[in-house]
Design a protein around this ligand. Structure first.
Ligand code: FES
Length: 395
């Protein structure tokens, strides 16, 4: 995994009273390392790029009547400075879905991720408390930990500094004899984290104090607005059992995936003919809310099997800016679209199933859910059935 571009600077004498950064005779063994976003402006668009990207925004008039509307200019998808602006104004502000609670179900569970140029690690400490940190060692800015799993502590792969899961620096190697090194000043830099239903959210906003406990009602309102009631009453909640994850890298701007999802079923009769035959497309509706867009379409399938992925009641919710929740029959899947560059993105699909059905049928899931050609389960008659990943109407 690529290292975050960090900024490191020597401990200033003003801050600690211990070291004069202008004095070359004072060695640079220790560097206070901060994440680039939290400690400098390098993530923000340079003034020239910023002006250019803002000009692209202002060239578009979102208020013209629908009949006279045109699509946003292609530069929004092809200009690298526009992605920088999006990261600053969209992804580094407000709550962002980054994972599922299944990933941090037990004490000592952790997972890592990247949002824009921010590397983060989310973990549950030994007491079960949830934490999120910049995934950057406070010594020389090495990426601290990769992947996911269980750890009792995080040991930096570069020089072995060791951090507790609550972020406290437990051990800095080979510092005996060094004066004025305050180990308690070098804990991991925290991020704001919370959960909603089965989802894990972080907030990179610099104005928020990570140490404060997030008020769940406030988070719900900020992330979902009035959409939260619709999701809750349609079975988007933490009672569902987690099934599996699939991930894809797509060579396109992240908004292309979102646009496809949000085209109101425009592409379905042509791109998904088989699927369209199972839908009452004349019933297709889109409801725009302040934080979300809800699409619904009735199914032609009468009294389908419990595993019917269309289901009679289906709801497809797009949560600004990049998270999609598809709830249909006993299933739920989510699509998280992460920009990896202005012309590359990662899409993460997570699958959930109503608990009673998972116990009954998915318990015999073959191959841990990651067969090369797809996902499989044994149906009630013992037959191997492929769980297609492209059956939701909006994909
Ligand atoms: S970078 Fe030196 S211990 Fe982490």
């Amino acid at each position: 995994m690529a290292m975050l571009k960090p900024i490191s600077f020597t401990i200033s004498s003003k801050r600690t009273g211990r070291r004069n950064p202008d004095d070359p005779s004072q060695g640079g063994l220790f560097k206070l390392v901060c994440n680039s976003y939290s400690c400098n402006k390098s993530n923000l668009p340079s003034s020239e790029a910023s002006v250019g990207a803002l000009r692209l925004v202002h060239e578009f008039n979102p208020k013209i009547p629908l009949e006279e509307a045109v699509t946003p200019p292609s530069s929004w998808y092809t200009d690298p400075s526009f992605l920088e602006l999006e990261l600053d104004r969209v992804f580094y502000r407000g709550w962002q879905a980054v994972g599922v609670t299944e990933q941090i179900k037990n004490p000592h569970d952790f997972f890592t991720g990247r949002l824009g140029s921010i590397e983060f690690v989310i973990c549950r400490d030994g007491n079960g408390k949830l934490h999120a940190f910049h995934n950057v060692c406070r010594h020389h800015a090495s990426l601290l930990v990769s992947g996911s799993g269980q750890r009792s502590c995080f040991v930096c792969p570069y020089h072995g500094w060791t951090y507790a899961l609550n972020g406290v620096l437990l051990k800095a190697t080979r510092i005996s004899g060094l004066k004025n090194f305050a180990i308690n000043e070098f804990g991991l830099i925290p991020l704001k984290v919370t959960t909603w239903g089965p989802f894990v959210l972080i907030n990179l906003d610099k104005e928020i104090q990570p140490q404060q406990e997030a008020d769940s009602k406030m988070v719900e309102n900020e992330w979902l607005g009035s959409c939260s009631d619709i999701l809750s009453t349609n079975g988007v909640d933490s009672s569902l059992s987690y099934v599996c994850r699939r991930e894809y890298i797509i060579e396109c701007n992240w908004k292309v995936f979102c646009d496809n999802y949000l085209d109101g079923g425009y592409h379905v009769p042509y791109a998904h003919k088989d699927l369209a035959s199972g839908l009452k497309l004349e019933s297709y509706s889109t409801t725009i809310l302040e934080k979300a867009s809800i699409q619904q379409c009735e199914s032609c399938v009468e009294g389908g099997d419990d595993f019917d992925r269309l289901g009679s009641k289906a709801l497809y919710a797009f949560i600004y800016p990049n998270f999609m929740i598809n709830r249909y029959g006993p299933w739920m899947d989510t699509n998280l679209v992460l920009p990896l560059g202005y012309r590359k993105c990662q899409v993460i699909f997570d699958y959930f199933l109503e608990s009673s059905l998972k116990d009954l049928k998915m318990g015999k899931k073959i191959g841990g859910g990651h067969e090369a050609s797809g996902l499989y389960y044994l149906d009630g008659g013992g037959s191997l059935v492929a769980l297609q990943t492209s059956l939701t109407p909006l994909q």
